[in-house]
Design a protein. Structure first.
Length: 100
């Protein structure tokens, strides 16, 4: 397979300010895992790392902020071209914002 054919079968997205490639239809969590980024969020209380765990939307360990929307389950959201993803810290709310 040629490089140009391979590039046409990928989408480009941003994670934590860096550019990555993924396959169309691949979940955000799978794309990040395959790119060597296993930590998707940290917990609110202990800042403990969390990442891809169940892969089917049950555990909520893969919560990320996608295009400004926080609390998105990375294992359920397909990566799209131009998507901007950031690691979520705790609830994903900006510092100082009250909990509901």
């Amino acid at each position: 397979m040629s490089i140009s054919a391979l590039q046409s079968e990928t989408v480009q997205f941003e994670f934590e300010g860096r550019q990555f490639l993924a396959r169309p239809g691949q979940s955000v969590a799978a794309a990040l895992w395959s790119a060597g980024e296993p930590v998707l969020r940290t917990t609110a209380q202990e800042d403990a790392p969390r990442g891809f765990f169940c892969g089917m939307g049950v555990c909520f360990d893969c919560l990320v902020t996608i295009d400004g929307r926080r609390n998105r389950q990375g294992c359920l959201v397909p990566v799209t071209d131009g998507m901007v993803i950031t690691r979520q810290h705790g609830t994903g709310k900006p510092a100082g914002e009250d909990e509901p």
